[in-house]
Ligand binder design. Sequence first.
Ligand code: COA
Length: 223
Amino acid sequence: MLVGAEPGPPEPTAHCAGLGVLPQHRGRGLGPALVACSIAAARRRAAALHALAEPPLRGFYERLGFHPLAANHTLQTSGLGRRDLDLAAHPPAAWPLPGRVVASWRPGTWSRTPTAEAATVQLERGAAHLSREGRAILVQRLCIDADHDDTSAATIVALEALRQRFAATTPILLYGCDTVSCVTAAILRTPHWRVVQTAWEMQLRFIAAVDKHAPPAASCRPN
Ligand SMILES: CC(C)(COP(=O)(O)OP(=O)(O)OC[C@H]1O[C@@H](n2cnc3c(N)ncnc32)[C@H](O)[C@@H]1OP(=O)(O)O)[C@@H](O)C(=O)NCCC(=O)NCCS
C-alpha cells in the first residue's frame, strides 16, 4: 500500500492507494493491518487519510472507520484527429482555472506532474489541464466559461474540441466526474464517452477518531 501526504488546503491530507494482498494470503487480516499501518504513518503528518475504494470495497473501509465523501467516475473516449497536440507548446498553468469546474482530480497530482508531460489548453468554451500517461491523455481538470447558461451543452462542445486535438488512436481519460452531476449525465448521453472506473473517496479524520475514542479496528500487527 502506498501512502503520501499533501499540504492542503483546506488541511494537510494523506492519501493511500494500491492496497493489495496476494491471493494466497487473503482472509487473514493483512488488508486491515496494512490500512492500520498507513493510518499510523499518516497521523503524524496529516489531519485526515483518504482512500479510493471501488464500490465493492466501500464496506471494507467503512469497517475501519472511513466515511464516504463522494463517488467519481473516470470517463474514456478517443481522439478524432490525425495526430496528437504537441503538449510542449502549451505550458502548464496554475491549478485554478477560470469558469465552472466540471471534472477535477487533485491539485497535488497536478503540481507533481513533470512540466514536459503537462499542458494547459484553451478550448472552445473552456480550458483543461492535461497530462500524458503512456499512450493516454489524462484530463486532470476541465473548467467551462461561466458565461454559458447551459453548462452541459458547453461541456460537450469543449470536449469535442479536445477530441479534435488528439489522434483517433489516443485514449482520452476524463478524471473526477461527479457521478450524480447532470453534466456527467449529459456527457454519457453522447455516444463517445463511457465509464471505465468508479471510485468512492473515503475519508478517515484523525481528530474525529480520537474524539470518539474509536481507533481503527485493525492493529498494525497482522494475526
Ligand atoms: C481487499 C483486500 C485488500 C482485503 O485484504 P484481506 O487481508 O484479504 O482482508 P480480510 O479478508 O482478512 O478482511 C478483513 C476483514 O474485512 C472484511 N472485508 C473484506 N472485504 C470486504 C468487503 N469488500 N466489504 C466489507 N468487508 C470486507 C472481512 O470480512 C474481514 O472482516 P472480519 O475481520 O470481521 O472477518 C484483498 O482482498 C485484496 O487484495 N483484494 C484485491 C485487491 C483490491 O481489491 N484492492 C483494493 C483496492 S481499493
